[in-house]
Write a new protein. Structure first.
Length: 119
């Protein structure tokens, strides 16, 4: 059973940084991409970032560009989300997910990690 486990969330001040981790275990995936999403209370889930597994190309949501960086450690089956210059509007629960072949759907999700940014 494939599991995705996020870690690294916490409560920080505006302008601070956090690095989230997402470790995959329990089996191999035909991974097209790994993604980060977030959801704040009462709001829809929002795309944060994605990393295309073959080649490492990254994509970011509009409000994250220039502040967030997604990376990976392939031997550790782990992806990271470095978040700099955090803002109160970044407060949300952050989830990682695996976009798999052949469906190109995000079929595997972690439980999420909470990020709270105070002004």
């Amino acid at each position: 059973q494939v599991q995705l486990v996020e870690s690294g969330g916490g409560s920080v001040q505006a302008g601070d940084s956090l690095r989230l981790s997402c470790a995959t275990s329990g089996g191999s995936l035909s991974t097209y991409a790994m993604g980060w999403f977030r959801q704040a209370p009462g709001k829809a889930r929002e795309f944060v970032a994605a990393l295309i597994w073959n080649g490492g190309t990254t994509h970011y949501g509009t409000s994250m560009k220039g502040r967030f960086t997604m990376s990976r450690d392939t031997p550790k089956n782990t992806v990271y989300l470095q978040m700099n210059n955090l803002k109160p509007e970044d407060t949300a629960r952050y989830y990682c997910a695996a976009q798999v072949l052949p469906t190109y759907q995000y079929e595997y999700w972690g439980q999420g990690t909470q990020v709270t940014v105070s002004s």
